[in-house]
Design a protein around this ligand. Structure first.
Ligand SMILES: Nc1ncnc2c1ncn2[C@@H]1O[C@H](COP(=O)(O)OP(=O)(O)OP(=O)(O)O)[C@@H](O)[C@H]1O
Length: 299
């Protein structure tokens, strides 16, 4: 069953085409990660799906209805990228205020404990740290026992411990049957949480698949070596030099190793390994930029 759907959705802001004919289905029980560089269109897509904005063309659906209709949003929890909390209210009061909108909210203490905020119940939100405010904003998405939560960069600004605590809360919600759509700049976050990854670049869906499939679609391997100078080698999509090591990214690592050997150059400490999602993601978006540069889209 599809809970959120974008069907050939485009969204323009003046002359900027933020989304270009995007299709996306989020099905019940899925945990979907939305990845893309700055300005790719992730927040725009999220805002359309949760009814905060209207598409320029195409259709969006939430629980089978129009996301702008409050009835469609009843089983939805959202944390937008930026949230404002009333500075003089205490944490517990903010939770009570939001809870009052739902028929069967999670009890205040249970919610605060789940998100590691139990000790802060009596603190005014204006005095919280940036990370504490962010955790509270994310916790509020869960208060009404939603069927689906949409989290736009939920862990931005959190330290490692707080991020992991939030991952646990998201995992627990998903394990109980909840559906999650989250965007993140932390690629290891999507790798750790999501079963399915949707990569967005320049307003288009570049890839929509499992984490493993995305790696194999990209098919890039990393060949690392210590070398003084390298000739230009066919098939290398990206080269990095880090701490005296050279990392070459190529779809056919076996051929690259053969080319290295036949080139006669001196190298040592050769290592070949699959790419991380981050590297796969960089390869997809870099290839997309190259395409865009080579073939400008028609006006
Ligand atoms: N309200 C707006 N007015 C004008 N342009 C906008 C507006 N919102 C977004 N854009 C533009 O639309 C494009 C997509 O932006 P969007 O915020 O959806 O990207 P994003 O992938 O969420 O980026 P980030 O990771 O930086 O949050 C960008 O070029 C952005 O400048």
């Amino acid at each position: 069953m599809t809970l959120a759907r974008a069907d050939r959705v485009s969204r323009r802001y003046g002359s900027t085409l933020a989304l270009d004919q995007v299709d996306l289905d989020v099905r019940a029980g899925e945990l979907v990660g939305l990845l893309g560089p700055n300005g790719a269109g992730k927040s725009t897509l999220i805002n359309l799906l949760v009814g905060l904005r209207r598409p320029t063309s195409g259709r969006v659906e939430l629980f089978g209805g129009d996301p702008r209709d409050p009835a469609s949003r009843r089983r939805l929890g959202v944390t937008p990228q930026e949230t404002g909390l009333p500075a003089t209210l205490r944490v517990g009061e903010v939770v009570d205020f939001v809870s009052a909108h739902f028929p069967d909210p999670i009890p205040r203490d249970e919610l605060l404990d789940r998100f590691g905020l139990g000790e802060l119940a009596r603190r005014q939100t204006g005095g919280l740290s940036g990370g504490q405010k962010r955790r509270l904003a994310v916790a509020l998405a869960f208060v009404g026992r939603p069927r689906m939560v949409v989290l736009d960069e939920p862990t931005t600004g959190l330290d490692v411990e707080a991020r992991h605590a939030l991952w646990e809360a998201i995992r627990a919600f998903h394990a109980d049957g909840g559906t999650v759509l989250l965007s993140s700049h932390y690629l290891e976050e999507v790798e750790a949480l999501a079963q399915r990854v949707v990569v967005i670049g320049h307003g288009r869906v570049l890839a929509d698949n499992s984490v493993d499939a995305i790696r194999s679609v990209v098919g890039v391997r990393r060949v690392s070596l210590t070398v003084d100078a390298l000739p230009s080698l066919p098939g290398v999509v990206r080269t990095e030099r880090v701490d005296g090591r050279t990392h070459l990214f190529a779809p056919d690592a076996d051929q690259l190793v053969r080319d290295l050997v036949t080139s006669g150059i001196e190298f040592r400490d050769l290592e070949v390994r699959p790419t991380s999602l981050e590297e796969a993601f960089l390869a997809i978006t870099t290839a997309d930029s190259a395409d865009t540069a080579a073939e400008p889209a028609p006006a």
